[in-house]
Structures are given as structure tokens and as C-alpha cells.
Design a protein around this ligand. Sequence first.
Ligand SMILES: N[C@@H](CCC(=O)N[C@@H](CS)C(=O)NCC(=O)O)C(=O)O
Length: 405
Amino acid sequence: MAASALIALAVSRFGVARAPLAAVRAPLVARSRLLRMNAPSPSVGALYDVPVSNNGARCRMVLYYKGVPRDEVAVVSPAELGGLKAPAFLAANPQGKMPLLTLAGSGEPLPESDTIARYLCARFAGRGPALQPSDPLAAARSDRICRLHDIYLAAVQPALYKVAGSAGAQAFPPFGPFGSRQAALAELTSQLAVLESYADERGPYLVGAEPTLADCTIWPSAIFWQTILPKFGMPAEAIFGPRLSRWATHMMGADDVGARVSAEIRPGLLEWEEKQRWAPILGAGTRDTAGATIFDSILDGKIPADVVYEDELVLAFRDIAPVAPTHVLLIPKRRDGLTQLQRATAEHKHVLGHMLAVAVPAIVAKDGLDSYRLVVNDGAQACQSVFHLHMHIIGGKALTWPPGV
Ligand SMILES: N[C@@H](CCC(=O)N[C@@H](CS)C(=O)NCC(=O)O)C(=O)O
């Protein structure tokens, strides 16, 4: 790559930092602005990152453990390049994500926190703890935790705080390969059990007596889990088993680097809270404040119903005032704000799709119907009487058209 690194002064939220501002393919306008600043450059590179970023904090922990000063690696906000999705940033990291390390001199961009962390370990090998153990088994134990994080935990991490339908141009939707937030969060908690089994029994670090890349990788995300999972009803004490609980106490109370990164991340999460980040996110706290309906009594078993179908998401039972030989009401078990169809958001896509593509076919098959009508009365004027979304499945006789208008 052509040696085209640019030099600039940057002020990050971590304090004043002098940094080369990316350099590589920055647009000319940014380039001339940066060159005018004429400030000394960090000798190794600039880490584009913000304090709340857990992936970035992995790299910052390496820098902190190794005591790398800001005049060697500066920490710079991506805003200096116009933001993550600005052409100058995308030119260096086409994924539009932080962290990104741009190397001084060559301007070579290194994206991906695991790659950056390993580069920094190698580049500053003689300083601080190795973080990559020389013992092959210890190294493998650290690596398997990093892999667990990046492949299984990180895939569903955005379910903690990203609204559905917000994926945009991102490579992964917030629920990862899962259909719903609930399923993604269930996966996250089951992967935390795997992490618990990988954590060293005695510690105090995840792989024994010394910190490794495993701690740098997991600790920033652990701060997210501890802060956010309780919003989805998971008790704080149930998030980590005994090994991870002991480790988290050590990282927070006895490890300066752990405490420092926590102090960087937590205010960012608090700011998200203050900006109502979780308000539109289904299941984070109580969003559905409408009163209980007769369907809640049926779901609770307090009122008997002639149930024809049930699975983990929905319940179907025969209408007590049938208008045709088959007249079944199909409801989501968790109302989750779906008092009526017009309240549906992208968060409800999974349950709505499940009703149409899984539950309805099963129900009509049971009654041997090859013709039927699905009706959703959406609102009082459309004759909705119970405000808990429901579908009427009507059939078993010749129906007329138009339907009751
Ligand atoms: N696999 C990447 C993931 C990077 C990532 O997801 N970064 C987040 C911040 S922690 C980000 O840039 N999010 C903003 C976005 O995706 O627009 C890594 O480990 O570096």
C-alpha cells in the first residue's frame, strides 16, 4: 500500500490525543484540512474507536495492560473521519465498523478487534503481560474463549440494544441467525453457560493467574451483559455462574485495567438509557401497559377453552359463538404490545410470520379444510372486541363475498 499516512491533531472523548487521521484514502478535502493541523503523529498508529464500544475496548485493554502511551497509539473518534459510514472511513474499513487501527507511515488500515488486539500484542511484545501465553494449552484456552466470543456471543450481542429493522446496510441483523429477540437472548444466555465452563476455576483471570486476550475480549462485553440483560427480566445474579462471577469481581475490584475500561463503557450505556434507547425494544421492561383481556384468563387457564393448537408462541381455541363449522381464534401467547394489528412493528415479524406460516396451516389441516378465510378485525369500528391481536380462522362451509361489509 502506498505510504500516504496523514498527520493530524485529534481530540477524542478519552482526552486529548495526537493522531494520524487515517490516512489511506481520505478525500482530498479532509486531507488538506488535516495537513493544515500540522501536529506530531503517534509513532505506531491511530485506533478509531469510542469509549462505549466493547470491541474497541478489547484493543484498549491491550494498550492499557501494556502501558502504550498515546503518542505511540492515539485513540481517535471515527467522527474525525466523518463517522463510521463516511467515505473516508469506509475506504479504510469497508464494514463501516470500529475499532480500526491505521498504521503510521504506511497508513495500512487494520480492522477487526481480534486482529488489532493480536497485532498490538505482537508489536508491544516486550511490554507488560504477554496476553498471549507461551504455554500452548494456555494459549489455546485463551483462543477458544476469543472464538466463542466472536462466533457465538457477538452474533447475538446486538439483540441486547439494537431495535429490529435497524440493520440497514449492516452485515448482520440484530437477532443474528435467530428469528426473534427472545430466541437470540436465549442463545446468548446458553452461550454464557459455555463461557462459564471455559473459565478457569481458580482464576483470578479467565485463563489462570495472568490476564490474556480472553479477558480483554470478554470483559467489555461482560459489562454490556451485566447492565442490559436485567432489562429483559434476567436477574443480575443469574447472568454469570460462580466462576464468571468471581472473575467479574476481580476485573472490577482488583484489576486497574478492568476498572478503567468499565469507567469508559458504563457512562456510554447510561447515556443510551437516558436517551430511551430501550423504549422501542420489545421485552425490555414493560412496554405493554394495556389492561388484561379475556384472552389472558384463557392463557392462564382461569377460563376454559376448546384448545385446538398450541406451541411456544401461540394458542388457538374455538370461538364460543361460531359463525361457521370451523371458527377458531388464534392468538400470540405474549401480547407484547400487539393489542391490535396496527401496533405491529418489525419486532413482531417473527410471531406474525409464525401465526401465518406455521400455526394456521396446522389448524386448518386438523379440520381438513382446503378453503378457509382469515380475518383480523383491527379496531373497534372493524368489530374488534378483544384488544389482544387475534386471527379468526373461518371455514367448513361455502363463504360469501363481500364479507360482512
Ligand atoms: N467483528 C468486528 C465487529 C465490530 C463492531 O461491531 N463494532 C461496533 C462497535 S462495538 C460498531 O462499529 N457498530 C456500529 C455499526 O455497526 O454501525 C470487530 O470485532 O471489530
